[in-house]
Design a protein around this ligand. Structure first.
Ligand code: SAM
Length: 217
């Protein structure tokens, strides 16, 4: 059997094909399946929680009874971190294969891994979480669905809850059409706020930003 090729090139190819035929989210499952079949290396293979997330927990505490969710949990490192802190954690992803790979990677996991589409959320997910963590998922989704993706993430936050968004922000002069990923503009990052969900902090980490939002109880 031949060596798997690097996943990034296949991601570009599959994303372009999916966007061209108007099915902009189908390529995630296709990419993870190609990885599971050994054709490409594992996509987004991070094994450690994102340092901006662990840094945030260095300065904040969350009630031990909190319900947490990781949006587009990918290979699970951030969801596993939250569960290890004792939070009741759901990790959802559009890709069944990504979730299968998570369960294989963390066989003793306390995380509830669940298939869900951010663009068509099941009613029981809406307003259900005290802590919502979104890392790199919206920026991986085509600009054609950006508004719906942003509003889907915000809708997950329960009264009294917190949303953390960790994302790359589009640099000056960068081509907004070039991707994946398609980094958010600062205005798009701020647009997670709406209704009673308010931006409370925006911190730069090099080209990345961590934005924190709160919904009053
Ligand atoms: C760039 S990866 C990031 C994964 C993980 N958050 C990380 O930081 O390593 C984006 C993830 O979002 C998932 N995803 C894309 N569209 C989605 C959707 N509509 N609903 C749920 N998950 C989605 C993909 O399958 C993929 O696992």
């Amino acid at each position: 059997m031949s060596e798997p090729v690097r996943w990034q090139g296949e991601a570009d190819r599959l994303a372009a094909a999916a966007n061209a035929d108007g099915t902009p989210t189908r390529w995630f499952e296709e990419l993870y399946r190609a990885a599971a079949d050994g054709e490409v290396t594992r996509p987004w293979p991070r094994e450690e929680p994102h340092p901006a997330l662990t840094g945030w927990f260095g300065e904040h505490s969350v009630d031990g009874s909190a319900q947490a969710v990781v949006v587009g949990c990918g290979m699970g490192a951030d969801a596993e971190y939250l569960a290890a802190l004792g939070l009741a954690t759901t990790g959802f992803d559009i890709s069944e294969t990504a979730l299968r790979l998570c369960r294989e990677r963390y066989p003793a996991s306390a995380v509830t891994y669940r298939q869900a589409d951010l663009l068509q959320l099941a009613p029981d997910l809406v307003g259900a979480f005290d802590l919502v963590v979104e890392i790199y998922t919206v920026q991986a989704m085509s600009r054609s669905v950006r508004e719906r993706a942003v509003s889907g993430v915000s809708s997950l936050v329960a009264p009294g809850g917190t949303l953390l968004v960790i994302t790359f922000v589009l640099g000056h002069g960068a081509d907004p059409q070039e991707g994946p990923p398609w980094p958010l503009t600062e205005a798009e990052l701020r647009s997670f706020a709406g209704g009673d969900l308010r931006l409370s902090n925006l911190t730069g980490h090099g080209p990345e930003q961590l934005a924190e939002f709160h919904r009053p109880a």
